[in-house]
Design a protein around this ligand. Structure first.
Ligand SMILES: [Zn+2]
Length: 328
């Protein structure tokens, strides 16, 4: 093996090892830790979150009093995730297990574990109980992507602070103080995101992504108050509420007709969803003479990316506004 080849191989190997051992750690705070360390008792509240968007809220609220781990990390698909070897240990080690619910983590092995676990908390269900009118549906299925609206995701903060305070009463004051700070930060981010997207003229504020992860986003940030119930006409995706890679000719025709009607020229890929569906649409559309392309940057829907939750939302807003404005 040549020297340069060995070097690349070595880099890849080290990269894969690092990825494996730090898999569930938070990328935002840099508090990289090994799974073995998380399993060790250290006096902190051990919180297992299913997705990174939850893990980030937990870190913001819990600070140094908690020790968090994200189960469905990186680019894994939360819709289809099934428990793997070692996950049982994480469930037994955790003092608190927080999941989205509303059908997001619907893999057979994980959903029953989450629903029946005495230490679990579904923030989706908490929000649904408190504000049922804010939960969206598509063809009678509940849309679980509630984190895509910052003002709605903010409603997860209090239930998390409540539960942490029950488990660790000595930290109650700190949890509620940090929760208040976080809610203020989220309010500001929500307003900024709305302003960023509303710089796009209304006739250009239409979004096409890979799967139906952006309904809440569209309703909050792309629609105008005057849109009323027609806000949903500002978004389309070839794959449903859970990406499945299944695309029939009707799905393609429907999206192409949407692109034509709304004069859309760019489709946005999502970081952890195969681009096959949108590639097929672009190729079919071009054959029909449409000038359409795939955005060269990705959006974050189900996967959070390397920053924190608010970074993810800001990134989405900036990419969408940049590309839609450019295509004026
Ligand atoms: Zn999704």
């Amino acid at each position: 093996m040549k020297k340069w080849c060995l070097k690349i191989f070595g880099t890849l190997l080290i990269g894969s090892i690092l990825l494996g051992v730090f898999a569930g750690c938070s990328g935002k705070t840099g508090r990289a830790k090994r799974f073995g360390e998380w399993m060790e008792p250290n006096g902190k509240v051990k919180v297992l979150s299913t997705i990174a968007q939850i893990g980030d809220l937990v870190e913001e609220i819990g600070g140094d009093r908690i020790d968090g781990w994200v189960l469905i990390h990186g680019d894994l698909d939360p819709h289809s995730y099934e428990l793997v070897k070692g996950d049982d240990e994480k469930f037994s080690r955790a003092d608190l297990i927080i999941y989205n619910g509303l059908g997001l983590e619907h893999g057979a092995s994980i959903s029953s574990n989450l629903e029946n676990h005495p230490k679990s908390l579904s923030i989706g269900e908490e929000i649904q109980k408190a504000s049922p009118q804010k939960i969206l549906h598509k063809k009678r299925s509940v849309d679980p992507h509630i984190w895509m609206d910052i003002s709605l995701w903010k409603e997860a903060v209090d239930p998390i602070a409540d539960r942490l305070s029950q488990i660790d009463p000595a930290g109650q004051e700190i949890y509620y103080q940090r929760a208040d700070q976080l809610k203020n930060k989220m309010d500001e981010a929500h307003r900024e995101l709305f302003a960023t997207l509303h710089r796009i003229p209304p006739e250009k504020r239409y979004l096409v992504t890979s799967h139906d992860a952006f309904h809440y986003f569209t309703k909050s940030y792309l629609a105008d108050p005057s849109d009323g119930d027609t806000w949903m006409e500002r978004f389309a995706a070839p794959e449903g509420l859970a990406p499945d890679g299944q695309l029939n000719p009707n799905d393609i025709a429907e999206i192409i007709s949407f692109l034509k009607k709304k004069k859309i020229t760019v489709l946005f890929p999502e970081s952890n969803v195969s681009r096959d569906s949108i590639k097929k649409i672009v190729s079919a559309g071009r054959e029909m003479g449409l000038e359409i392309s795939i955005c060269s940057e990705v959006l974050y829907g189900d996967a959070m990316g390397k920053g924190g939750y608010l970074d993810m939302m800001k990134h989405n807003g900036e990419v969408i506004s940049r590309y839609l404005e450019e295509n004026r």
